[in-house]
Write a protein that binds this ligand. Sequence first.
Ligand SMILES: [Zn+2]
Length: 363
Amino acid sequence: MTHYHCSNCHRPYPEDGSPHLCLHCGGVFSVDGPISYSQDKLDQDARGLWRYRYTFGLSKAAPIITLGEGDTPLAQAEAFKRSIHFKLEFLNPTGSFKDRGTAPLISELLVRGVERAVEDSSGNAGASFAAYAARAGIGARVFVPDSASGPKRAQIEAYGAELVSILGPRSEAASAVRRAAEGGEVYASHALLPYGLAGIATIAYELVEQLGQVPGCVIAPVGHGSLLLGLAKGFEALRAAGIIEGQPQLIGVQARACAPLWAVANMGAAGLAWMTEGQTLAEGVRVSKPARGDELLRHIAESQGSMLAVEEEEILAGRDALAGLGFYVEPTSAIVWGALEQVAAECPDPIVVLLSGSGLKAV
Ligand SMILES: [Zn+2]
């Protein structure tokens, strides 16, 4: 059984309530050890994400809240003289990978009696939260920076959530939602609550099933780091279960304008001077204080992977290059192209690139 605990004081996630941080020390909750994975316990009658329900560590009575997430295609294309496998995560129900984390999260909140909740997001997590909250009958209020793209704002409101636009950078929206949480609201944070990680880990299970082997490397955008950390946890779970040996190199990508994990991974303590929140087209990874940065960097180092950063002018060029292969993704998602260009020559096969968010979400 997958368990959740405080990554600081190691107390388990409480049985009642739904605190977003440890009530004893303020630490971030995470998965306690490897996610529990057993081939025998998968629900072979279920489709997509919920086939792996057993691995999520949800309360027994948690209902299945689904919009058909997971089971995304893996499409092969040539790029930089290499064969690349693109995992089309932008085909999830709300147009981003976030749905894999939101479905189990909302399911657990519902069984814990939550009737309304708040969330903050640059847009994709907010849209995903609004959709699954609507599905579950949970009242939703979403704080977004006023710079969030129009389509994402429209999507959040269309699901019936209350949209609260906050002036200033993304961190201001995070501060505003924390004040709401201090006032007694349930903070359904995709970045802080741990239930989404096991959902995102399902990408790793699908990749191994689709490729018939462990990828040589996986390239993904990094904001808070939940996408790449979820993948790391997924491969770790498969290794612990004896299903695979070894693991792919994990390669995280940030926009240079806001690249705290790239800076610390490559410059050590001197990288702290790079903890800025500069303007970037890659709004979805504009996170100056990643919630799970330390845990992610540890997994990247163990995998012999790396953190890369791409320049602003590479982002739209990457978007267009991916569109040239038929993949229409948003600028945040397109930062993987510049990273692929940097490392394609030395990446071990099979090379997997995650395409995280739909181009229809950006103007
Ligand atoms: Zn604690």
